[in-house]
Ligand binder design. Structure first.
Ligand code: MG
Length: 373
């Protein structure tokens, strides 16, 4: 039986091109993540990535240790075909650390796909879309730099832009939203993301103000645990409310549905802790008629390839994705060739497994390796 035979683990740091102002955990300079390379008994190599964010889900160092100490012994010798059994084993052996478990599941799927010539989307039931609309986040501390980017991106076909609000003053947010609508009009599918920045007290008048700019949704206006405030906005506002930090996994989603605390959810593999878990979460969302949006943390090409395969095979994620890191933020990526973007969309790659190529050379050439085991 085809099993996992060899396992290598890397903690890497990649430089980024632009500062990102998010309100919590602002990003400047570099992002860290963990890569796993697994090899099966017949020599098929699969890759996985854990990209935690310390203010959101955890730390890259924590994921590295979780994989190295607690998960590696479960993975060595595991049958390549028994992915679900391995995910159960990992959950029993280690609480939390969803990103670490995801990295392993991703590499297993990569190997399984390569062993039978199928993409991960094929293994998940097959593609329902070949392209995913790509949202770019307006989060540069220098707003004029973002306006200059938009002036290039909009004519090239980009329509989805998500503005990070609540970091600067409400007045500045209003000026920026107005400037974007004025410059680009209704061609923009504008979304607004507060990253939990508002206090429930007084939030509704702020949200009513930003509604004037006809956003497609308002994401996570208040802290994650404020579900009753989220429910009141969902009830009161005309604009759909999207839960991100309030909705990590299927359990959170059940609570959101019970309290009617959102109209839509951001699904992130790093939050869900697995591709199968994210699909299970979307089955619940579909049943409740809640659409999904493909969110990210600070993921590189390997994790975003997994996200692309997942969304390609998950009909309910109809609000696009924000997989803009490799083309717009990372100065380099560990992939030999980045996943293509076309007309403002991410193109789902053909090819087996994740549909990407990673090599020792592309890894060592494009990322700084902080630790390897
Ligand atoms: Mg968000």
């Amino acid at each position: 039986m085809e099993c996992i035979d060899r396992f290598r683990l890397f903690l890497v740091e990649s430089p980024i091109k632009m500062a990102r102002l998010q309100g919590v955990g602002n990003i400047k300079g570099t992002v860290k993540r963990v890569l796993v390379e697994m090899t099966s008994t017949s020599g098929i190599v699969g890759w996985g990535e854990a990209a935690p964010w310390e203010v959101f889900t955890g730390t890259a160092e924590g994921a590295f240790a979780a994989i190295d100490v607690y998960l590696r012994p479960l993975v060595i010798g595991a049958p390549v075909k028994e992915i679900r059994a391995l995910t159960h084993k990992m959950d029993k052996a280690l609480v939390g650390h969803g990103e670490a478990k995801l990295a392993i599941e991703m590499a297993m799927f990569d190997i399984l796909g390569k062993s039978c010539g199928l993409s991960i989307a094929d293994l998940l039931g097959g593609r329902v879309r070949n392209e995913i609309p790509l949202s770019f986040s307006i989060a540069d501390p220098d707003f004029e730099a973002d306006m200059a980017r938009m002036a290039e991106m909009v004519p090239a076909g980009h329509q989805l832009f998500k503005v990070k609000t609540g970091v600067k003053s409400h007045r500045e947010d209003m000026v920026h939203l107005e400037a974007m609508r004025e410059a680009f009009g209704d061609r923009l599918d504008l979304r607004i993301d507060y990253n939990q920045a508002l206090h429930p007290f007084g939030a509704i008048s702020v949200l009513r103000d930003v509604e004037r700019f006809r956003p497609t949704f308002i994401e996570q206006p208040v802290p994650r645990e404020c579900l009753l405030a989220m429910a009141s906005f969902t009830e009161t506002l005309d604009t759909p409310v999207l839960a991100d930090e309030s909705c990590f996994d299927a359990h959170d989603l059940m609570e959101i549905i019970r309290l009617k605390a959102a109209d839509a959810i951001s699904v992130k593999l790093m939050k869900a802790g697995g591709i199968l878990k994210a699909q299970a979460q979307m089955a619940i969302a579909d049943t409740a008629r809640i659409p999904g949006y493909g969110g990210t943390l600070w993921e590189g090409g390997v994790a975003l390839a997994a996200g692309t395969q997942f969304i390609a095979a998950t009909p309910g994620i109809s609000l696009g994705c924000e997989f803009y890191m490799p083309h717009h933020v990372l100065t380099e990526d560990v992939l030999e060739e980045r996943i293509a973007n076309r007309n403002g969309c991410v193109v789902v790659p053909d090819g087996p497994g994740l549909g990407i190529r990673v090599s020792e050379t592309s890894l060592r050439g494009n990322a700084r390796i902080l630790a390897e085991r």
